[in-house]
Design a protein around this ligand. Structure first.
Ligand code: HEC
Length: 155
């Protein structure tokens, strides 16, 4: 008679654990379902490898980095996306600015406002840089991957 009793307890115990396991499963799977999917750039089929203009990077580091960063305003504005702003959508204007900021200021309301925003300090001119060197700088700025992104850099 006792044996039957123990068998009964044992099966109750087994049932209890099976039920607990089921609930646990349910909770953990809902958790993982609600977690945001992680985006990993380079696993996406449309991710393009980024070409870093290493020549431009070098010129930028030697001439501009003391005052400019890509993502942080320091002495001068953060330069990421600069080619989408104000008169800089036209590279000719950028060339003019880099070679001689002082004479470019008065050509655009944008630059007047910008200089004022930076306390009237005018950026030094880089008249010794060639058009090609300036092109390289802005190719570098415009195409460099955001820090921490998983875009693949070639070159
Ligand atoms: C001594 C500091 C300094 C250096 C060096 C410097 N800049 Fe600047 N730059 C500034 C300041 C300050 C401004 C904001 C406008 C002003 O006040 O003249 C500016 C503005 C700019 C702008 C316009 C930004 C915008 O948001 O519209 C560009 C583009 C730029 N600089 C590019 C460069 C490049 C490229 C170099 C290197 C060849 C360089 N700068 C070197 C200080 C500097």
């Amino acid at each position: 008679m006792n044996q039957v009793k123990y068998l009964g307890y044992a099966s109750l115990l087994i049932l209890f654990f099976a039920f607990a396991a089921l609930i646990f499963e349910k909770i953990s799977s809902t958790e993982s379902r609600s977690a945001k999917p992680m985006t990993v750039d380079f696993l996406q089929p449309n991710a393009k490898p980024v070409t870093i203009n290493s020549e431009g990077k070098k010129i930028f580091q030697n001439n501009c980095q003391t005052c400019h960063a890509l993502d942080k305003t320091i002495t001068g504005p953060a330069l990421r996306g600069v080619e989408n702003r104000g008169p800089w959508t036209d590279r000719k204007n950028l060339m003019m600015w880099i070679k001689n900021p002082a004479t470019t200021i008065n050509k655009f309301q944008y630059t007047k406002d910008l200089v004022e925003q930076f306390g009237g300090q005018i950026m030094p001119s880089f008249s010794h840089l060639t058009d090609k060197q300036i092109e390289n700088i802005f190719d570098y700025i415009t195409n460099s991957p955001v820090q921490g992104s998983m875009a693949i850099a070639v070159n």
